[in-house]
Design a protein around this ligand. Sequence first.
Ligand code: AMP
Length: 226
Amino acid sequence: MGTSGGSRIVSDRYHCQLGRIHVTGSIVLFGPPGAGKGTQAGRISELTGKPQVSTGDMLRSAVAKGTDLGHEAKTFMEAGLLVPDSIIIGLISERLTNDDAANGVLFDGFPRTIPQAEALAEIVSVEAVISIEVPDESIVERIVGRRMDPETGEIYHIHFKPPPEDISARVVQRKDDTEDTVRSRLAAYHEQTAPLAKWYSEQGLLIRIDGNRPIEDVGNSIASML
Ligand code: AMP
């Protein structure tokens, strides 16, 4: 899907535009879709003071607002495919110009390809990559039962973390959380994203966390590492 061609050029361009900005000490939350990255991000963000930067949330917001970028990204997202690197790198580069990014951020769902990670390495220093590991069999069950409260953004699961009765009528399922789309998203993860674990591991940055445990236990393991 042409995700890698030209990414280096795009990142160089943004690098120049970002020349005066020194974003240091960022953390990457890494793992397959449904591993619990979004769920854990709030706690890590609180612990470290680094704002959560989720490319998935940014893209969903662009889709909801009907921007050009949203239109472009929508087809890929609904098919469970990765959005092209040039779009993602542009989005992130712009986000990192915010003042709150000055002391590093918590990336959630980014980078997802080697070209994205290479572009990121040119504009920020990544301090740690927390890899939340969950086997494929658990992912489908987790994602298909996932629901979100549109008013608070809180994530629930119909079996593992049922929403309280007073809000259960308003929770929604993400459009790309159907079984078919989850399988495409998992395939994209294994083909394009999983190789990043080795890439970061070779740089001594990868911290592996067993994500196939209760939310609280996973959170405690992460907290003990930071
Ligand atoms: P997420 O909420 O992180 O699971 O992202 C939802 C969807 O947005 C993914 O299935 C992709 O289509 C797209 N997306 C989010 N982040 C990225 C990224 N870093 N690179 C490419 N596509 C992304």
